[in-house]
Design a protein around this ligand. Sequence first.
Ligand code: NAP
Length: 337
Amino acid sequence: MRAIRLEKQGGPEELQLVELPDPVAGQNEAIVQLHAAGINHREVWIRKGLYARIQLPCVLGSDGAGVVLSVGPGAAASWVGKRVVLIPFEGWGPDPRTQDLKTFLILGMPRQGTMAEQIAIPASMLCEIPEHLSFAEAAALPCAGITAYRAVTTRGEVKAGEHVLVTGIGGGVATLALLFAKALGAQVSVTSSSEEKLAKARSLGAIAAVNYNRKGWEKELVAEAGRPPSVIIDGAVGDTFNSLISLAAPGARIVVYGATKMRPKDLDIQRVFFKQLDIRGSTMGNDAEFRDMLKLIDREKLRPVVDSVLPLSQAREADRLLSESAQMGKVVLDCTR
Ligand SMILES: NC(=O)c1ccc[n+]([C@@H]2O[C@H](COP(=O)([O-])OP(=O)(O)OC[C@H]3O[C@@H](n4cnc5c(N)ncnc54)[C@H](OP(=O)(O)O)[C@@H]3O)[C@@H](O)[C@H]2O)c1
């Protein structure tokens, strides 16, 4: 089979199209013929060496959708022929509040990932794709979807009628957080560096959309939305984080699921306690949350925003789009081309 393998840390040229033996299903495993693989920032962090416990060479990719080709001993034969999306992790552990750090593993390093034509995967990681979704749309969901779902529901505790700010709406997690918060009845506002992405967010139902690079954007956002947000979903942190603390409503929850802009130089901690703010970390989600997310998507007929679908062989271009934040929503590889 063809696969994209990261040979060693370095530039995008280290993503090589290689020919590998077809995988064989082990005990309780299934072989999935992958049709689409979603790309996440995680792959870029691994390529740059900015990730924990890197083991290379490895076929990267946490997000995959396809058709079950065959099953190994112990896996239900009824999976064969089904359209499936893969749960992008294993070993969450027994505590729904937090993953077991000793067992939790994200698909695609060290286990073979989804940037390939086929994958052997435990049958427990298979879920049927909601009928209204294409393979590309399904492959846009796993990592970003579960992250957005847990951030909005379990950690953000978003309720109908609340004002939720989702920052950096161009991001894959962010576009899904917008869809989920809206589906739960919240009013959603957004920020972005791009006027085009702000316009797209409005068309997706954002009540306010402002450019975080403009001076005074915090006041602009609150004025446009008519009130400050009681929930903020942020994956950037960096030096704009104090602006979030400043514009949040008293008693607000700020959920942080990533740090694209790294650590802030300083943290306005006085405002955090004076305004009774909750800053909550969130990462991925557990199996039950993944299945609940698919139910919400099915019930509300939600469609993730897919920025572009590129052939598997153009993985380097997908990497570039993410590295330069050039995308709006998810970048997906077509594993059949
Ligand atoms: N914890 C988890 O489980 C988990 C899972 C997935 C991802 N992540 C992390 O979450 C982050 C986002 O992931 P992703 O896949 O959604 O990334 P992505 O698709 O690459 O998007 C990153 C986005 O960050 C936005 N951004 C950059 N600077 C910003 C700022 N100062 N303020 C607000 N937004 C800013 C940009 O939005 P605009 O283009 O709109 O300006 C950009 O599109 C990454 O750091 C990733 O590693 C964490």
